[in-house]
Every structure is written in C-alpha cells, then in structure tokens.
Design a protein around this ligand. Sequence first.
Ligand SMILES: [Zn+2]
Length: 141
Amino acid sequence: MSEAEERRWVGVMLDKLAAQEGRRVLGDAELTARAERLSEQYFGGRARPSTVRWVTNQNTRWGSCTPSEGSIRLSHRLQGMPEYVVDYVLLHELAHLLVPGHGPRFWELLEAYPRTERARGYLEGVVAAERLPTVPADAED
Ligand SMILES: [Zn+2]
C-alpha cells in the first residue's frame, strides 16, 4: 500500500468511527480544501500547504507544520471540537508557512480571524479540564 493509499484508508476508517460515534469528521481531502479556503479568506491565498492531514501521534500539540515541505498536521484530538476551533488551528499552522515562531508579525496575521481569542480560550479550557482531578475535592472522605 502506498503512503497516499494508506492515508486515504486511514481517512475512511476515521470517518467510519466518527459516524458510529455520531459525529462528523472532515477527511484529509476536505481538510486540505478547507485550509485552502481559509488561506484565501484571511491571508490572500499566500499560505499554500502541500498536504494537510490528521495525525494520531500528536498528543501535546494541536497542530504542527513543516514549512520547508508545506505540510500541516492536525491532532485527531481536535475531531469533534467546534468548527471555529479547528479553523483556528488550521489558520495558526497556515500562518507558520508565512511567519516562523510566535512573534508580533505572527499574531498580526491571526488577528484577521475574528475567533482567534475565543478558540484559544476553548483549547486552554480543554487542557485545564483534562488536568482537573476526576473526583471533586468536596467528595473526598
Ligand atoms: Zn505556532
């Protein structure tokens, strides 16, 4: 099986799993189309990713990119989160194709997206919730 076939197959399986769980997940092709649309809308089409795909081996980061290859990877943990959150992570990685690092020029780019702050707050909330103890403090002994 070629890498492309394997990716397609993984995409099909992820879609099936999502359907079973009653939520919809974008396939890699849809994800790529979405990234292109977002680049067009917010960055004048200047960010041109070569590949955009889901990965399951990324548990500490929501997304990553390799600017030299133009590849963007999103953590499967984003699947099932609101669209504006997935869009924010896509835009964040697209912005890295234009500006490396998180300096003022980087955040200027993301200011174009009206839900940047809201999406960052949502993701911070997810991380905070995961760190909460599973037993409420007031239920102890
Ligand atoms: Zn970043």
